[in-house]
Design a protein around this ligand. Structure first.
Ligand code: WAQ
Ligand code: MG
Length: 269
């Protein structure tokens, strides 16, 4: 019998406001340690003292898992957030999104995409042709879950990233999430930057361009951020896409390449 996997998910809130979330997909003997690690992390979240932490463990049938390769990673050094956002618009455009829609996506994150400029706990789904928002709940958005790296791929990827000075856990987490999103039917591009006021690096990712980090997407101290997935609604049915993003287990068993400086060359994978 194949070894079962378990989806371990954590979300923490303070006064009803989402402050932290993370997830892993691991084999049985790691469930205890991972639950401990995620809970500990929620208790020490920089964004506030959690008054509620939910940690869930769910068995995954190994036959339902999709396997894949992580996207290639590139870094764009920019001098400030204005240049960063300009670069993001160009990259989104390279990924296949019209400049006007790309700018709308950037503005959404700059303003805070939730009600009254709030940060969402999940992502915005944006119609890449019309700029129309497609997510059912604009407070929560769509949360991508059930993705991780195989143990061997994690070890390799961690070493690779560390060697390039990219050992911050956010990098591998974002790369993993982007990897699942890029493999989604109908997703043409993703735009992301953190809501953490001290973390200013963001990225643009697309099936055609890989994972393109941009060193500055906002000013330090700015606590807005989020994710926007740009969707070709002619290529996918919305319910199917949301189902894939929220439910389909995806495990990466092959690391991508790390290219220190983005030369603007588009790779084919
Ligand atoms: N599914 C959908 N959206 C999510 C998820 C998820 N699982 N997790 C977070 N988000 C959304 C939500 O709106 C957050 O406010 C926002 O993304 C940012 O999340 O290469 O750390 O975890 O140096 O703060 C990117 C660059 C870092 C990493 C992104 O995002 C690098 C980051 P955070
Ligand atoms: Mg955050």
């Amino acid at each position: 019998m194949e070894t079962p996997f378990y989806s371990v998910r954590m979300r923490a809130s303070s006064g009803g406001k989402h402050i932290a979330g993370a997830e892993r997909m691991v084999e049985q003997d790691e469930v205890g340690a991972v639950t401990f690690a995620l809970t500990t992390r929620a208790m020490s979240a920089a964004s506030g003292v959690a008054d509620e932490i939910h940690c869930s463990v769910e068995r995954i049938d190994p036959k339902t898992i999709n396997y894949g390769k992580l996207p290639d990673l590139f870094t764009n050094e920019v001098s400030g957030f204005e240049e960063g956002r300009q670069r993001a618009a160009q990259l989104l455009n390279q990924a296949g999104v019209d400049l006007a829609i790309a700018k709308r996506a950037i503005q959404l994150l700059a303003d805070g995409p939730g009600p009254n400029g709030a940060v969402m706990s999940g992502a915005v789904l944006l119609n890449m042709k019309t700029g129309e928002r497609l997510e059912a709940d604009q407070r929560r958005g769509v949360r991508v879950t059930r993705m991780d790296l195989s143990a061997a791929c994690r070890t390799q990827s961690e070493q690779q990233l560390l060697a390039h000075g990219l050992g911050h856990r956010r990098v591998l987490e974002a790369l993993t999430l982007a990897g699942k999103v890029l493999a989604a039917p109908g997703v043409v591009a993703e735009l992301c930057w953190s809501d953490d006021p001290d973390y200013t690096t963001g990225y643009v990712a697309g099936p055609a361009i890989g994972y393109r980090r941009i060193t500055t997407m906002k000013q330090r101290g700015d606590s807005k951020g989020g994710r926007v997935f740009m969707v070709d609604t002619e290529a996918v049915n919305l319910a199917g896409l949301v189902m894939y993003l929220e439910k389909q287990p995806v495990l990466f068993n092959e690391p991508g390449r790390i290219i220190r400086h983005d030369t603007g060359v588009i790779t084919d994978g």
